[in-house]
Design a protein around this ligand. Structure first.
Ligand code: GLN
Length: 543
């Protein structure tokens, strides 16, 4: 029988509900339970695919090709269970379903209402797959008090009513702000947020308090009394060195034990936390440092490149090496850029969309190519590596991508047709922007003798994709003749999945997104190889 854990947030957003839910899942998993994590986002977009990373951080892509909230990335990294389209929903999508049913006459002339029709659909989403796992952990996006979140909270209340308190547990994550002038952490915002939750019929069973410093016991007592939860159910979540310390910090406060006891499950002392201890030891034992410049355009909000920075952290954990990420704004062209590039060990050109910043990225690529600085390009990064090579090595001065202009030598072009298994998918320039890219898992075949095949040591790989434009296969021969090899191609041989420079210490671009599948305890081979090369260069920096 499946039990439900709901995670809500109070006081402010960005408290790390995703890490909280993922850490609890990891602990229950370490005790041998089967878990499923789900994210419910109250905003009205159908999915975050069309949202600016400035607004919402990175768009995470699942293996089955759904553009999802970045919290699904945490779920995967902490539990190693691939998320799917059944694990992510937004109000936009729920309303789309509701209105679709209404138009199809499913409601037989009845008045369609938020309660019960919308809340029923939310309940169906939450309970989908309940026969396959021991726990479903649902995180509600946003903060308690948001108007959009009300139908979700009502759905939780109903589930708790239907299944009973013994089968459902509500966790509320809040913040204790520190007031410098009073030299005190404050509990009042937490009390108010719990009051708000209660006013919609939800009493939290566990309160997790984020804080930037140790929380005095007296404050935990105060929260317990004011919010009617047992003292041991008020958990201190003090800032950790990295998010990968959070599961152990919860473990030390018996969080998963309490959950198991709450549900009346028999608990043994059997728990396997080896991998979390190993990660903790490795992070604490940094012996080396490397610097990687990320030449991107969403640098103000580092959540925009969350999986990427995590993948670098994972490769660093592997080598007991601290990877310092230097965020360089791609618009910053000129000498300033070169000075910054001189001070790093390697350069990353991440994925992206649109024309802004591309000339700066191309300059950085040219600099890395000529000066033999290791360079790793992902998706748009690979496409720009091809454009730079075409312009500066092959002499095709107007080389570009039809994403940016139609008036160019189309080294990167819109792929009109491709095959998804047996199914032919067709796009036109007028196709909708939402959900119409080549998304999710596709197989690539690695070319014999290529550096990338040497790194993966595999004939073929399956990686996640999120792109609309492609390397134009007609340029393959000229590229290869001039020293830019093709490292991998799609199953039908016409989509280029990886390019690499032969005469360079590390100059590889991939059309797919390896960062989504990197794990703290299983770093991605491309990131491991890249960071390994940077360490081997043995440059010394004053950090
Ligand atoms: N904008 C490019 C495309 O659509 C690259 C996308 C990406 O970097 N994710 O093909």
């Amino acid at each position: 029988m499946c039990r439900y854990i709901f995670v809500t947030g109070g006081v402010v957003s960005s408290l790390g509900k995703g890490v909280c839910a993922a850490s609890i899942a990891a602990l229950l998993q370490a005790r041998g339970y089967r878990i499923n994590l789900k994210k419910l986002d109250p905003y009205l977009n159908v999915d975050p695919g069309t949202m600016s990373p400035y607004q919402h951080g990175e768009v995470f892509v699942t293996s089955d090709g759904v553009e999802a909230d970045l919290d699904l990335g945490y779920y995967e990294r902490f539990t190693d269970i691939p998320a799917s389209k059944h694990d992510t929903i937004t109000s936009g999508k729920i309303y789309e379903r509701l209105i679709g049913k209404e138009r199809a006459g499913v409601y037989l002339g009845g008045t369609v209402q938020i309660i019960p029709h919308l809340t029923n659909l939310i309940n169906d989403f939450i309970r989908f797959g309940e026969n396959k796992v021991d726990f479903i952990i649902c995180e509600i996006g946003g903060t308690v008090g948001d108007i959009e979140a009300l139908p979700y909270l009502e759905a939780i209340r109903q589930i708790k009513y239907i299944l009973g308190s013994t089968n459902t547990l509500c966790i509320h994550l809040t913040l204790l702000p520190y007031i410098a002038t009073a030299r005190e952490l404050k509990t009042k915002p937490t009390q108010h947020s719990v009051k708000e939750l209660r006013s919609i019929g939800i009493q939290p069973d566990l309160i997790i308090c984020r804080s930037d410093r140790e929380i005095p016991d007296a404050l935990l007592d105060k929260i317990a009394l004011a919010c009617s939860v047992p003292k041991h159910s008020v958990v201190a979540a003090v800032d950790q060195k990295t998010i990968y310390h959070v599961p152990l910090s919860y473990y030390k406060q018996n969080v998963e034990k309490q959950i198991i006891t709450y549900f009346g499950l028999r608990h043994t002392d059997k728990i396997n936390l080896d991998k979390w201890h190993l990660i903790e030891r490795r992070i604490m034992a940094h012996e080396k440092n490397v610097r990687v410049a990320i030449v991107g355009k969403y640098n103000q909000l580092q959540d925009a490149y969350k999986s990427l920075s995590e993948a670098f952290l994972h490769a660093g954990i592997h080598y007991k090496c601290k990877v310092h990420l230097i965020w360089i704004n791609a618009d910053e062209i000129g000498n300033q850029l070169y000075k910054k590039l001189d001070a790093v060990d390697g350069i990353m050109i991440p994925g992206g969309f649109g024309i802004r910043g591309i000339e700066g990225k191309i300059k950085a690529i040219a600099y890395a190519r000529k000066n033999k600085i290791p360079l790793f390009g992902i998706c748009l990064g690979m496409q720009l590596m091809a454009i730079e090579f075409a312009r500066n090595v092959l002499g095709i001065k107007d080389a570009s991508s039809t994403e940016f202009t139609n008036d160019c030598a189309n080294v990167i072009d819109l792929m009109i047709n491709w095959y998804n298994g047996e199914k032919k998918e067709t796009r036109t320039r007028r196709s909708n922007l939402g959900g119409t890219m080549r998304l999710g898992n596709y197989e690539s075949f690695l070319i014999n003798g290529s550096k990338i095949k040497e790194i993966y040591k595999l004939e073929s790989i399956v990686e996640r994709h999120r792109h609309r434009f492609e390397f134009n296969i007609n340029y393959k021969d000229v590229f290869e003749k001039a020293g830019m090899g093709i490292g991998g191609v799609s199953a039908n041989g016409i989509l280029v999945e990886a390019i690499e420079l032969n005469e360079h210490p590390w100059f590889i671009g991939v059309q797919f997104h390896p960062e989504y599948t990197s794990r703290p305890f299983r770093p991605h081979p491309l990131f491991v190889s890249f960071i390994g090369t940077l360490i081997a260069q043995n440059k010394t920096f004053h950090l």
